[in-house]
Design a protein around this ligand. Structure first.
Ligand SMILES: Nc1ncnc2c1ncn2[C@@H]1O[C@H](COP(=O)(O)OP(=O)(O)OP(=O)(O)O)[C@@H](O)[C@H]1O
Ligand SMILES: [Mg+2]
Length: 303
């Protein structure tokens, strides 16, 4: 690898008393990658985020952020963070709050005003710049939160559920912003329960369950588990069960959905149906959705 990973965890564990929240996790997120981090409630996601930010320490293992030891000032200066739940100084106006965070992020005085103005426009709050945060709706707070995460022009942005309070337009805007960040070479670590969102913006994902990574990879590789959907006449289901066994055959919206190991198995199934006199009207290959993968992994603990 030519440059160090943006985030690198090696054998990281975190124990809270008797709870092993994170269990020997190794994970690398490359520079410029938009990385989705998923897992059921209590899986260990926030614990990992907090360790990557240097807010809590691992019981075992090593973490590097942007090539620096975690928690070092150099690493923190280049990281933007939108926490899942946040409380801002709500007596400040949106503009004042961003100016405050720009100073904390050491943005020089001559560019601060322009940066704040641009960010307020970017998150759709230009007209509310001089209103107090206390008058904002939940979604507006989340928009300010995103602007706050970006104010220091970070090289790594960690977003914990960034669109949970947003309306559909706001969600689409944030998705576009995330894509743009990725295109500009900024690394994005996205923690989200909105699987369709992750599917739309992430290059790679990891699924964590009970503190361990149970699936990791490029989305298209993880989701290409082969399934085919058939519209066929009577006897199709029996033929499928005969050919493929009981598991992996189900009905979805009046169509037969079957899991096949490879193209040869698809050919074998269709041949069997035709031999049995079952009319086959339509066959198409369907990828798994991320939701299918997530549920399968979380329920069975395997892929
Ligand atoms: N400060 C703490 N003290 C004790 N246990 C904790 C603490 N923080 C987290 N845990 C435990 O560690 C485990 C992982 O929690 P974590 O908050 O990382 O989950 P999560 O994946 O972020 O879940 P969610 O999707 O609900 O936000 C849970 O069993 C939780 O109870
Ligand atoms: Mg959490």
């Amino acid at each position: 690898m030519s440059q160090p990973a943006a985030i690198h965890l090696s054998g990281v564990s975190k124990r809270y008393g008797r709870t092993l929240a994170v269990d020997d996790v190794s994970l690398s997120v490359a520079h410029g990658e938009v990385f989705g981090f998923l897992g059921p409630n209590g899986a260990g996601k926030s614990t990992i985020v907090k360790m990557v930010l240097g807010l809590t320490y691992p019981t075992a293992g090593e973490i590097e952020v942007l090539g620096q030891p975690v928690g070092s000032l150099a690493a923190r200066a280049e990281v933007g963070y939108l926490p899942e739940t946040f409380r801002f100084h709500d007596w400040l106006t949106a503009s004042e709050l961003l100016h405050f965070h720009a100073r904390l992020a050491r943005v020089s005085a001559d560019v601060r005003s322009r940066r704040v103005r641009e960010l307020l426009e970017l998150v759709g709050l230009k007209d509310r710049a001089n209103d107090r945060i206390s008058t904002f709706s939940k979604g507006m707070m989340q928009r300010v939160g995103l602007a706050q995460a970006l104010v220091g022009e970070p090289r790594l942005v960690i977003l914990d559920e960034p669109t949970s309070a947003l309306d559909p337009i706001g969600r689409r805007d944030v998705r576009d912003r995330i894509r743009e960040l990725g295109e500009c070479g900024v690394t994005v670590f996205l923690n989200s329960h909105l699987l369709s969102e992750v599917e739309q913006v992430c290059d790679r994902v990891a699924i964590i369950d009970h503190g361990s990574i149970v699936a990791e990879g490029k989305l298209d590789e993880l989701l290409n588990a082969q399934e085919i959907e058939l519209r066929a006449g009577e006897g199709a289901e029996a033929a499928a069960r005969e050919t493929l066994g009981e598991g992996g055959v189900r009905h979805i919206n009046g169509r037969l959905r079957v899991r096949v190991a490879n193209d040869d198995e698809t050919a074998r199934l269709i041949r069997r149906m035709i031999e049995a006199g079952v009319p086959v009207y339509d066959v198409r290959q369907v990828g798994d959705s991320l939701e299918d993968l997530f549920v399968r992994v979380a329920e069975r603990g395997d892929v």
